[in-house]
Design a protein around this ligand. Structure first.
Ligand code: HEC
Length: 178
């Protein structure tokens, strides 16, 4: 009887010892005698430490409208539209346009690319009446997303500058005495 008790105790000790020293990572037994380092609450490779609630967005996310129509409806140029826009805003807008857009659309926006005929598709005149009628949000989305053969400029032109650029584009669309 005494023998049996000792045997049982020894077996129990050996079993717990084996489970605690599992060399293959996580413990799989419920009873942990000495939890090992692989089995702790740190974040493992490819694992997310936070399960964000549904509908969360990153704090610096910019949510763009889904379609040009929606952009025209929802987005407003913070600098306002029309002649009241200050000259400074337009000057910076011109800097942006000349830097990023003129290479393809031409300095006057009429589509005569500075690249000549090198571009594989025709480049549209963005001063034509059909586009004059579009609201600023349309241009904002086009600059942000790009098109089929037009790159996105969201990485290069901040939202603030995109609106400035659009106020300058408006002057190209309806040339005013300078
Ligand atoms: C690398 C050449 C290239 C550059 C640079 C470029 N575009 Fe474009 N853009 C195009 C092409 C090509 C199209 C025709 C649609 C398409 O293929 O995406 C287009 C289309 C557009 C349209 C829509 C025209 C329409 O007919 O509806 C607008 C607006 C526009 N661009 C504005 C801009 C502005 C503003 C910039 C500067 C931030 C710019 N683009 C820079 C090539 C360019």
């Amino acid at each position: 009887m005494k023998h049996l008790a000792t045997k049982l105790a020894l077996t129990a000790l050996t079993l717990t010892g084996v489970s605690a020293c599992n060399p293959h990572g996580r413990n799989t037994t419920k009873l942990q005698y000495m939890p090992d380092m692989a089995d702790n609450p740190t974040v493992k490779t490819q694992e997310s430490y936070l399960n964000p609630p549904d509908g969360s967005v990153t704090i610096n996310a910019i949510l763009y409208p889904e379609s040009p129509a929606q952009a025209e409806q929802e987005l407003r140029n913070p600098f306002g539209e029309g002649p009241q826009v200050s000259q400074d805003v337009r000057t910076n807008g011109k800097l942006m346009f000349d830097t990023y857009c003129a290479v393809c659309h031409g300095l006057d926006g009429k589509g005569k690319s500075l690249l000549g005929d090198a571009y594989p598709v025709p480049i549209p005149d963005i001063t034509r009446p059909e586009l004059v009628a579009r609201k600023d949000g349309y241009f904002f989305l086009q600059i942000s997303n790009g098109g089929n053969m037009m790159p996105s400029y969201a990485h290069a032109i901040s939202p603030h500058e995109r609106w400035q650029l659009i106020t300058y584009l408006r002057t190209l669309q309806s040339p005013q005495p300078k």
